[in-house]
Design a protein around this ligand. Structure first.
Ligand code: HEM
Ligand SMILES: [Cu+2]
Length: 580
């Protein structure tokens, strides 16, 4: 490996090559991070709009009418606007935030440094991936403003309606742009995955065997392998859907269908085909969102418990097992699609089997904490929060994985509660943990710990206050994606709960302002960071702060040991770095 595969380039001089069209993995990582931050704020505002309608469906909002004249006609939030917000919120959060920040953002910045490389394997491709992702975001936002209305098919975009432009509001140009945006995103993610895999396999410095890689690198590597296999399927499905809409094919349109009394000319296809293709991508996607968080959590727990990760090898194997099994369970999203019950049982059993490696990870995280000399820093609190949310959301996954129960809970708020805890918020906690942990290396300053802890506690309490009641709504039979449920008498008793959730959501959103203030204040005014402020062991802490061009000086570091050698008896400090 190593030296001969590493080429060296002079640092770029012009502003444009240095900060805009940069091929430096560190700059690209930061670009992805800021793109995800903007997307997260957009998605958050959308979720608050969703909550407004759910808590006070008949209320008039003249101020919002001034901003969205169409969406708030006479001050009243229109159902189409509500559904567009649900669709865009979900799409932005899943793709632009959870797929972008942990993998492309932190992975780009730290994977090469942690394995002792000077850059990614294909720096120009890396730049291209970022700008395609950026374009994808721009196209998605553009879809909000086009003639015919914003897309409102949900983030799963099920045909038949989504395959036929004439079926109603939001199904015209807006839907095409949604699909184009997702297709672009697939291309970018595919290129990133190739880059990550090649980098891990070819660019490790001497002594950095695969097992000596930090678990954060294992998270990024496993995620890249999953992305490489999952995104092409969504890309293909998206192209087929575009063809159905614009070229007269009928991949997803059954024969003999009529819309408003007019026979749809193209047919012969199957709506279920989309569900198969979408969820063959969709279930692995939730692991794409969360595995980097698992890696970062393991990394951070070890640092602040001052212990090696308990069961290091088992952690690697469990991560890969989760990734692999994730490709055999997509049918659990289709239990009510009319599938053969024996097939459903196979999907159900395979789903429950994923509980095994997930439990191994959880017990090993607890084992890592057990008996440690724990330092409760902000990144540590968020990493522990990640474990809490992963368990809380995982438990209801076992409920939904059973066909008999899912038939009841399908398309209710129980599902929304489940996936928000495990995929939405747990992954967000992983991103926060990573941000507080790596900020000193990325920006050469420390974030404020007091504000960080305040942000943690308000957010931790806030997200449970929002999403635990979702489960209660679901058990009561409250359907999801309904702009208006006031017509259902049996749901009236739940109105106060909706108000409670909305207030909790606004309070939690306000707590994010503390994070933003801390982030931007620290960027300019924070205490200067030393090279290794957390007394950690891996290579990113062995190089200078700020990280020099091409990451290391003349000589690449040579690795002699496993990544988490904390509390080593007889060591001068209480830890040994990988290159000591
Ligand atoms: C990163 C975090 C988050 C992610 C990944 C996320 C993701 C999603 C997804 C995928 C949907 C489903 C869209 C659809 O059914 O088409 C959704 C819906 C929703 N989200 Fe989020 N969300 C996040 C944060 C939040 C927050 C903080 C709130 C605060 C209240 C929230 C409230 C909602 C609501 C009310 C719905 C509509 C549910 C329905 O109609 O079934 N989300 N979200
Ligand atoms: Cu799934």
């Amino acid at each position: 490996m190593a030296e001969q595969t590493q080429t060296s380039h002079a640092a770029p001089k012009s502003f444009i090559r240095k900060y805009i069209f940069s091929t430096d993995h560190k700059v690209i990582g930061i670009q992805y991070f800021f793109l995800a931050l903007i997307a997260a704020l957009t998605g958050m505002v959308m979720s608050l709009l969703i909550r407004l309608r759910l808590a006070w469906p008949a209320n008039r909002w003249p101020m919002l009418e001034a901003i969205f004249p169409e969406g708030f006609k006479d001050g009243l939030m229109q159902p189409e606007f509500y559904l567009a917000m649900v669709t865009m919120h979900g799409t932005i959060m899943v793709f632009m935030v959870l797929t972008t920040a942990p993998q492309s953002g932190f992975g780009n910045y730290f994977l090469p440094i942690q394995i002792g490389a000077r850059d990614m394997a294909f720096p120009v491709l890396n730049m291209l991936s970022f700008w395609i992702t950026f374009l994808s975001f721009v196209v998605l936002i553009a879809a909000l403003f086009v003639v015919g209305g914003a897309p409102l098919g949900g983030w799963t975009f099920y045909p038949t309606l989504s395959a036929i432009p004439s079926t109603g509001p939001g199904q015209a140009l807006g839907a095409d742009l949604w699909i184009v945006s997702i297709a672009l995103f697939c291309v970018a993610s595919l290129l990133t995955a190739l880059n990550f895999i090649t980098t891990v396999l070819n660019m490790r410095t001497s002594g950095m065997t695969l097992m000596r890689m930090p678990l954060s690198c294992w998270g990024w590597f496993t995620t890249a392998v999953i992305a490489l296999l999952a995104f092409p399927v969504l890309l293909a499905a998206g192209i087929l859907l575009l063809l159905d809409r614009n070229a007269g094919t009928g991949f997803f349109i059954p024969s003999g269908l009529s819309v408003s009394g007019n026979l749809v000319p193209n047919g012969g296809g199957s709506t279920l085909l989309w569900q198969h293709l979408f969820w063959f991508f969709g279930h692995p996607e939730v692991y794409i969102a969360i595995l980097p968080g698992m890696g970062a959590t393991s990394h951070i727990l070890a640092t602040f418990a001052r212990k090696p990760v308990f069961g290091h090898k088992a952690m690697v194997v469990a991560m890969f097992a989760i990734g692999l099994l994730g490709f055999f369970v997509w049918g659990h999203h289709m239990f009510i699609s009319g599938m053969n019950p024996s097939v459903a049982i196979a999907f159900s059993v395979l789903t429950l089997v994923i509980g095994v490696p997930s439990a191994i990870k959880t017990f090993n995280w607890l084992g890592t904490l057990w008996g440690g000399r724990i330092r409760f820093t902000t990144p540590m609190l968020f990493a522990i929060g990640f474990v809490s949310l992963f368990v809380a959301g995982g438990v209801t996954g076992l409920v939904l994985g059973q066909t008999a129960l899912d038939v009841v809970f399908h398309d209710t708020y129980f599902v929304t509660g489940h996936f928000h805890l495990i995929m939405g918020v747990a992954a967000i906690f992983g991103i926060f943990a990573a941000t507080y942990y790596w900020f000193p290396k990325m920006f050469a300053r420390m974030m404020n710990e007091g504000l960080g802890k305040l942000h943690f506690w308000l957010t931790f309490v806030g997200v449970y206050a929002i999403f635990v009641p979702f489960h209660v709504l679901g058990i009561a039979g409250h359907p999801r994606r309904y702009a208006d449920s006031t017509g259902y008498e049996f749901l009236r008793a739940l109105d106060p709960l909706h108000v409670f959730i909305t207030i909790a959501a606004f309070a939690t959103a306000a707590a994010q302002l503390i994070f933003l203030a801390n982030f931007f204040w620290s960027l300019f005014k924070g205490k200067r960071a030393t090279d290794n402020p957390w007394e950690a062991t891996t290579l990113e802490w062995s190089t200078a702060t700020p990280v020099p061009h091409e990451n290391f000086g003349e000589q690449l570091p040579v690795v002699h040991r496993m990544p988490y050698e904390y509390s080593v008896p007889g060591a001068e400090r209480d830890f040994l770095m990988q290159n000591d």
